[in-house]
Design a protein around this ligand. Structure first.
Ligand code: SAM
Length: 305
C-alpha cells in the first residue's frame, strides 16, 4: 500500500558535522569512495535516488541525501564523527534556532544528542550548551556521540528539566532553548515492517498525559529571563502534541509569538498555526515531525531593559 512503499523508500539522510569537516570535504571524500554526486536537489522528487547517487538537500545545505537503505554504520566518515546519521526532519530544530557562535543555549531533553551536536555545530563549538536528560543511560550514549563528534562546548546534566531553576545565575545569559520532549513517536516510520506507529491505535489517556508534560516543559522553557527564541519539536503527527500544545502555550504566554518558518517548505502546521512546519513521508520524504519557533516580542524585551 501507499504507506508501505513510502516507508520503504525513505531516503538515507546524513548530516555533515561541520565541527569536524566541511560539506565540500565530505562530498569529495564520498566521491572518491565510489558515490556519484549530482549537486544540490531542486525539488522533493530529486531526493529519490538510485544506487550510489547522492545530492545535497534542497532545504538544509548541511544534509546529504542517499538512496534508501544506504548503510554508513561501518563507514570511515561516520566512525570519525564527520557525519551524523539523522533524519532530515530532525535536523530542522537546530537549523531553525540557529544559535550564533558564543551564545548560551539549553537543550532541555537532549539525549541521545543528535540535536545537541547540531546546535554545537551552529555555535561553531563556542559558547555554552547546557544539555539535560532524565535518563542516565541515554546520557552516557550521548557523551560518546559528542566525543566522537569533537564537541566540547556542552555541559551535560542528568536532571529533570522541569526542576532546572531559570533564575539561577548560570543560566542568566541563555537566549536560546531547544525543546524536543518525549512524545508518542507516532511519526516514526518503522523501517523493519514499514508501518508508522500512528497506525497502531492512539491511546487518548497517554496522549493527554504526554501533551500535559509537553506544555509544562514549554512553559518552563519560556521562563529563562534573557530568552529570545525557543524551538519546540516532536516526532508525533498528533495535533494534541503539536499545534494544541503550542496554542495553549501562546495563550498562557502573551509575550511570545510564532516565527514564520521556511516559506518554501511543503508542509505547514495545521490551521491556524501555519507558521509552524510539519513533515511526512508523503510530502517531505522524511519521518513524521512537527516544529514551532517561538520568539519573545521585541517590545517586551525593550520594556525589560
Ligand atoms: N533531542 C534528542 C535528540 O535529538 O537526540 C531526542 C530527545 S527524546 C525525543 C526525549 C528525551 O527527553 C528522552 O531522552 C527522555 O529521557 C528525556 N526526558 C523525558 N522527561 C524529561 C525531563 N523531565 N527532563 C529532562 N529530560 C527528559
Amino acid at each position: 500500500d501507499v504507506l508501505q512503499s513510502a516507508g520503504d523508500q525513505l531516503p538515507r539522510y546524513v548530516r555533515v558535522n561541520t565541527v569536524m569537516t566541511t560539506v565540500e570535504d565530505a562530498v569529495d571524500y564520498l566521491k572518491r569512495d565510489g558515490f556519484s554526486y549530482l549537486g544540490q536537489a531542486c525539488r522533493i522528487d530529486d531526493l529519490t535516488l538510485q544506487r550510489k547517487h547522492f545530492v545535497m538537500d534542497l532545504h538544509l545545505p548541511e544534509v546529504l541525501v542517499f538512496s534508501p537503505k544506504t548503510d554508513f554504520h561501518d563507514h570511515f566518515l561516520y566512525k570519525a564523527g564527520h557525519i551524523i546519521l539523522q533524519d532530515k526532519a530532525s535536523c530542522l530544530p537546530a537549523y531553525l534556532l540557529n544559535p550564533p557562535p558564543g551564545s548560551h543555549v539549553i537543550d532541555a531533553c537532549a539525549a541521545p544528542g543528535n540535536k545537541t551536536s547540531h546546535l554545537a555545530a551552529k555555535m561553531t563549538n563556542k559558547g555554552k550548551l547546557f544539555a539535560f536528560d532524565l535518563d542516565a543511560k541515554r546520557l552516557s550514549t550521548m557523551s560518546t556521540l559528542l566525543l566522537r563528534a569533537g564537541i566540547t562546548c556542552q555541559q551535560l546534566a542528568n536532571q529533570d528539566f522541569l526542576k532546572v531553576d531559570p533564575d539561577s545565575p548560570q543560566y542568566k545569559d541563555v537566549e536560546y532553548v531547544l525543546l524536543d520532549p518525549s512524545c508518542s513517536g507516532s511519526g516514526m516510520v518503522c523501517l523493519r515492517d514499514n508501518t508508522s506507529s500512528a497506525e497502531q491505535e492512539a491511546n487518548p489517556a497517554r496522549l493527554a498525559s504526554l501533551a500535559s508534560f509537553q506544555l509544562r516543559c514549554l512553559n518552563h522553557g519560556l521562563k529563562f529571563p534573557r530568552l529570545k527564541r525557543l524551538v519546540y519539536s516532536t516526532c508525533s503527527i498528533h495535533s494534541q502534541e503539536n499545534e494544541d500544545v503550542v496554542s495553549a502555550c501562546l495563550q498562557q504566554n502573551p509575550g511570545f509569538r510564532l516565527v514564520s518558518l521556511l516559506p518554501q517548505w511543503p508542509e505547514r502546521g495545521l490551521e491556524p498555526l501555519t507558521q509552524c512546519l510539519r513533515a511526512s513521508t508523503a510530502k517531505t520524504r522524511t519521518h513524521g515531525f512537527f516544529v514551532a519557533l517561538l520568539e519573545k516580542h521585541t517590545d517586551t524585551v525593550n520594556l525589560k531593559q
